[in-house]
Design a protein around this ligand. Structure first.
Ligand code: KG4
Ligand code: ZN
Length: 350
């Protein structure tokens, strides 16, 4: 079946088309340039840009997939979590299309989408994983979420660890701002950290002694700020100092994630650890997590394309395909509403 999916949860206007779980088009209209000067996403600007760009993104996706709208069998949309006024744009458009073409509409949780990015197939049939083996563990790390999820069965999830404050992606972005590096900070810090020495300005490992599976990154963020001020009270660092601080921050963050995943793997022996979300594009993080999972006898799975780690709609279409197979149906598509604080544990609107 042909699925057209829309995600407008944050600052990417994303539209994708799949044939079941095979990605035919994955259009992402990034608003980075728009939000850059503000150092983060401005919701009202995001909403306006989504409105201006959504029709063009749909048109482009159809062109790439060489399909007409009338050929679409199922429409899917992210209903949450995300920015309320941004989500609204995608939800309204998907409802409009489903109604106009008298086709079913499915609502997909954005974090479920990040998980299902791993099942997205290329036209030649390649995917990060062919099927999920339950129980499995998922580590979802994005700009707004940092959570360890126990996957008990299809769409039967339990969050067993989460951040008590900032998400890791958010911490990357804020540290980048402190270092005057631009937005989004994750990829910039990751690049600088490669040639930095993490031992020059050592930082505390967050939540080392917490005895649970939760995370916290606001203390680490504050420690970075104090370190910057200690190096130079004016806050300006030279290139090598910037690289060393970036490396120290990244190392402390990755160590924290690793410690929690190690703990989770002892409590829940699984054969698969599935990564999802923008931050899992980070090579250093993957490398460290690969060692940990290997030691625990599990396989580490992550989307092979960077485009499938960060926000996109292909992951929403693939999740919708699996939801459809599992019998999910929207009782009343016209009443579908966005839910900015939806959690991955909920089965979602049915
Ligand atoms: O999943 P995502 O695209 O959007 C949300 O759902 O939030 O994640 C965006 C986050 C941003 O905070 C960005 O800085 C971070 O992912 N990110 C990275 C990397 N690439 C993107 N963080 C660390 N290393 C990267 N290579
Ligand atoms: Zn995301």
């Amino acid at each position: 079946m042909y699925i057209l999916a829309i995600d407008t949860s944050c600052d990417e206007t994303a539209v994708a088309i799949t044939n079941n779980d095979v990605v035919l088009a994955n259009v992402i209209s990034s608003q980075v340039e728009l939000h850059k000067k503000w150092g983060g996403v401005v919701p009202s600007l995001a909403q306006r840009a989504h409105r201006e760009r959504i029709d063009q993104a749909i048109k482009e996706a159809l062109q790439r997939a060489q399909l007409e709208l009338s050929a679409i069998d199922l429409f899917a949309v992210t209903y949450g979590p995300g920015l309320a006024i941004a989500l609204e744009v995608g939800v309204a458009k998907a409802k409009e299309l489903a109604k106009q073409y008298s086709k079913p509409l499915l609502a997909v949780n954005h974090m479920t989408g990040h998980l299902y990015a791993n099942l997205a197939k290329t036209k030649t049939g390649q995917s990060a994983v062919t099927d999920l083996q339950y129980p499995a563990l998922a580590l979802l790390i994005s700009g707004n979420h940092t959570e360890i999820v126990l996957l008990k069965g299809p769409f039967d999830y339990q969050i067993i660890g989460a951040t008590l404050d900032d998400a890791l992606g958010e911490a990357y972005d804020k540290v980048a701002r402190m270092l005057s590096l631009g937005y989004p900070g994750g990829p910039i810090i990751a690049e600088l950290a490669k040639s930095g020495n993490p031992t020059v300005y050592p930082l505390p490992i967050p939540m080392r002694q917490s005895g649970d599976l939760n995370f916290s990154f606001s203390g680490l963020k504050t420690a970075v700020l104090h370190t910057i001020k200690r190096i130079n009270p004016e806050g300006q660092l030279n290139t090598q100092q910037t690289k060393d601080v970036a490396a120290a921050f990244q190392q402390a963050a990755i160590t924290s994630i690793s410690q929690k995943l190690t703990r989770a793997l002892t409590q829940y022996p699984v054969t698969q650890v599935i990564l999802g979300g923008g931050v899992v594009a980070n090579q250093a993080l993957r490398q460290t997590l690969r060692k940990i999972t290997k030691k625990a006898g599990a396989q580490l799975i992550y989307p092979n394309l960077k485009k499938l780690c960060t926000d996109n709609a292909a992951m929403i279409a693939v999740a919708a395909y699996y939801q459809w197979q599992a019998g999910h149906r929207l009782a009343n598509p016209e009443q579908l509403d966005r839910d900015p604080i939806a959690t991955v544990e909920e089965i979602g609107p049915r």
